[in-house]
Design a protein around this ligand. Sequence first.
Ligand code: AMP
Length: 420
Amino acid sequence: MSFDSLGLKAELLSAVQAQGYTSPTPIQAKTIPVILEGRDVLAGAQTGTGKTAAFTLPMLQLLSGKAHGGRGRLPRALVLAPTRELAAQVHESVRTYGKNLHMSSTAVFGGVGFQPQADSIRRGVDILVATPGRLLDHSGQRTVDLSQVEILVLDEADRMLDMGFIHDIKRILSLLPKQRQNLLFSATYNDDIKRLADGLLNDPVLVEVARRNTAAETVTQVVHPVGQSKKRALLAHLIKERDWKQVLVFTRTKHGANRLATQLLSDGINSTAIHGNKSQAARTRALADFKNGSVRTLVATDIAARGLDIDSLPHVVNFDLPNVPEDYIHRIGRTGRAGANGAAVSLVSGDERDLLNNIQKLLGRKITVEEISGFVQEAASTQAPSRGPVERVFVNPKRAGGGYGREQSRRDGQGRRYSR
Ligand code: AMP
């Protein structure tokens, strides 16, 4: 399958080619033709599947084919995203893929100045990418007019609902023309999403691609049982002994992220935290430092990490297991992207056993348990973080640097073979 067969115009194909993409991802192959037909779409796709290009490319094409409406240059496409980072990244994609088209776009989100955004909208935009709260601020100040929107995209709709944006979304919908094309992207499908989709979409085409947990065979998953009080020492040990250069670490709370980043710094590991209480400038800087390698460990909360586009991230660590099992899949989706190998490591204390069981239920498989000598709390090790036949591997810390790597191959609880 090649991009040429999807019906995209030459200006878009050359932009795609410039990115080095040779063939469309499954979500792109399925959604681009139906969006070009003008259909509403309900797409189940997670970050890392290429979903951004799946809606951005046809959206650009549809808009570029039509003259703008009469009154100035009002937004004709609106993309709503849950977080500032995701909005910024979607906007970046719009610019990247639309570079050969004469289209104007801007992103509006909180945490940065309001007036420059208002000025940018006033100068005229075809495509507006926004987080719901800031968009409503602009609407309230009458700095944006949504009356000409023809295409609405809800990106990561499930996360927007998780973050409590349902009322904001409804208010925004009431500001849009009734006649429009609607595209809803969501990693998970539940009753809330179904209700939203039912009220929003008109005879939608349903598109689903394999979940990353089944698709991402390139991600190695392992659980290290550890006492809560030893987690930080184990993490520092793993990073140093295994010489991990770029590690995304998840904690459950903002406070926990700050504290861990500070502690790792005192362990001699260059670290920083990223979460919702940080200013936009601090978050942008943290991400840039992490991407360019000057920060080795980025400690993040789920919401802050959502949608971060970091290519080929080699290591993701669950310092705390997430309360919601789906978040585990979102987290490990940060690694092993675009065919690169990745490792997802979970540090699991005895009191997180139920959380791990729920995750394993969702995955439909057991995760390999590997005990690291000197870090296993008595209670945690005997209670084992999972039910059923789980392989346990003992790794001597002296060997740990090389013990976790290419040469071994194991079977998981269901007899599936995978390498670790
Ligand atoms: P997304 O799911 O939109 O966050 O995209 C995940 C990553 O895949 C991004 O880094 C994109 O640049 C990349 N990507 C998108 N489409 C393709 C493609 N057809 N081939 C290879 N990489 C792609």
